[in-house]
Ligand binder design. Structure first.
Ligand code: SF4
Length: 233
C-alpha cells in the first residue's frame, strides 16, 4: 500500500513538473525562438573539437581561435599528425589548454584508426573518446545527428534548472535524467541552447535580472528572495 502511495505522489510531482516545464518552454520560445549552437563549425570534426575546447571557456573565445586551428589542421588526419606543442601554441589562451591539446590529438588518432576519420554517431562511442563527456556527446548528437540522448547540462543549465525548481540535484548526469523526463524530447536541442542564451542575458550567475525576468512567476529562487525581503520589511 505504502509503495502505491509513494508511486502516486511521484507521478503527481512529475505531472506538476511537466506542466511547469511546458510553461517555461512556452515563455522561452517567445524570447529565444531560434536559439542555436554558439560555436562556429564547418564539419562534424570541427564541432567535436570546438565543444571540447569550450569546456570552462566561452564560445566567443573558442570561435576566436578555431579558424587558426582548423586552417592548419582541418581533418582528424592532419590533427593526428601534428605535434602536441603546435596544438598547444594555438589554443593556449583557452583554459586547460595542455590537457585539451593532448585529448584532441589522441582523439584524432582514434578517429583515423577506428572510425575512418569520421565522428561516431552513438553516445556510447562518443563518451569513450578522450575529453568527451556527457555534455559534449549530447551536443554532438543533437547538432549533427538530430538524435540527442539528453539535455545538455552545462553551468547555465545546472544553475537555472535549480533556480527554477526543475531539479534539486547537483550531479550533471542526475540533472540531465530529471530534465529529460520534464522537457519534451522534441525541444531538447533547442532548450539546451535557449537556456544558455537566457543565462547570458537574464539569469546570470551573479545579480540575475529577476525583476524583468519572464520566468519569475515560475522561479523558486525568486519566490524565496521575495519572501525574505518581505520579512525584513
Ligand atoms: S527570476 Fe531571477 S533567478 Fe529566477 S529565472 Fe528569472 S532571472 Fe533567474
Amino acid at each position: 500500500m505504502k509503495k502505491t502511495l509513494n508511486k502516486t505522489t511521484q507521478e503527481k510531482d512529475l505531472t506538476t513538473l511537466k506542466n511547469k516545464g511546458k510553461k517555461i518552454v512556452k515563455f522561452l520560445k517567445t524570447e529565444f525562438p531560434n536559439a542555436k549552437c554558439g560555436l562556429n563549425f564547418k564539419s562534424p570534426f570541427e564541432l567535436l573539437v570546438s565543444t571540447i575546447l569550450s569546456a570552462q571557456s566561452t564560445d566567443k573565445r573558442v570561435n576566436m581561435i578555431t579558424p587558426i586551428l582548423f586552417e592548419k589542421f582541418p581533418t582528424p588526419e592532419k590533427m593526428a599528425q601534428a605535434r602536441i606543442e603546435e596544438i598547444e601554441e594555438i589554443i593556449r589562451s583557452i583554459g586547460l589548454f595542455r590537457s585539451k591539446a593532448r585529448n584532441i590529438h589522441q582523439l584524432s588518432k582514434i578517429l583515423v584508426d577506428k572510425y575512418d576519420g569520421k565522428v561516431p554517431s552513438t553516445f556510447e562511442e562518443l563518451i569513450k573518446l578522450p575529453g568527451v563527456g556527457r555534455k559534449t556527446a549530447n551536443v554532438v548528437l543533437g547538432e549533427l545527428f538530430s538524435m540527442p540522448r539528453g539535455i545538455v547540462v552545462d553551468t547555465h543549465m545546472k544553475r537555472i534548472s535549480k533556480r527554477l525548481g526543475l531539479t534539486t540535484q547537483n550531479n550533471p548526469a542526475k540533472i540531465e535524467k530529471e530534465l529529460n523526463e520534464i522537457i519534451p524530447k522534441n525541444d531538447w536541442v533547442w532548450f539546451s541552447h535557449a537556456i544558455i542564451s537566457f543565462g547570458r542575458k537574464t539569469c546570470t550567475a551573479i545579480n540575475p535580472k529577476c525583476e524583468s525576468c519572464i520566468l519569475k512567476d515560475e522561479c523558486v529562487y525568486y519566490k524565496k528572495k521575495k519572501k525574505k525581503r518581505s520579512k525584513k520589511i
